[in-house]
Design a protein around this ligand. Structure first.
Ligand SMILES: [Zn+2]
Length: 125
């Protein structure tokens, strides 16, 4: 079993890597609008209530470091004021929030559900 960065980044089903996780195109009002199950292998995307609770921690940890490191670099290395750096941090958060939240859910389900090559090769019924 190997975690596929490509399948995770393209929001593909973790079991078959064929079906899509999220409905597209992305709607700002419903950023986490997922399919109920995979269109290819019928893997349920929310096996139990609160399944993506752990993804919240993944996005929190990733977003914190993703925002904190460049902001600290701007203040201590490039000499920006704290106010300028805060505006930068807020702008970076707004721009990248939806992508990181979706990627965290995708990472979470890819960690929990292993890839199975036999599902990838079978055609949908
Ligand atoms: Zn699938």
């Amino acid at each position: 079993m190997a975690l596929s960065i490509k399948a995770m980044w393209n929001y593909k089903c973790p079991r078959c890597r064929v079906g899509d996780l999220f409905r597209s195109p992305l709607q700002i009002s419903k950023p986490l609008d997922m399919y109920k199950q995979c269109s290819h292998c019928q893997q349920k995307y929310e096996p139990e209530p609160g399944y993506y609770y752990g993804a919240m921690f993944v996005s929190y940890i990733f977003l914190s470091w993703y925002i904190l490191l460049p902001t600290l670099a701007l203040v201590f290395y490039f000499g920006w004021s704290v106010e300028q750096a805060m505006v930068f941090a807020i702008a970076l958060t707004v721009i990248s929030y939806l992508i990181i939240v979706r990627a965290s859910r995708s990472l979470w389900i890819h960690i929990m559900i292993p890839y199975n090559q036999s599902y990838a090769q079978n055609q949908p019924d």
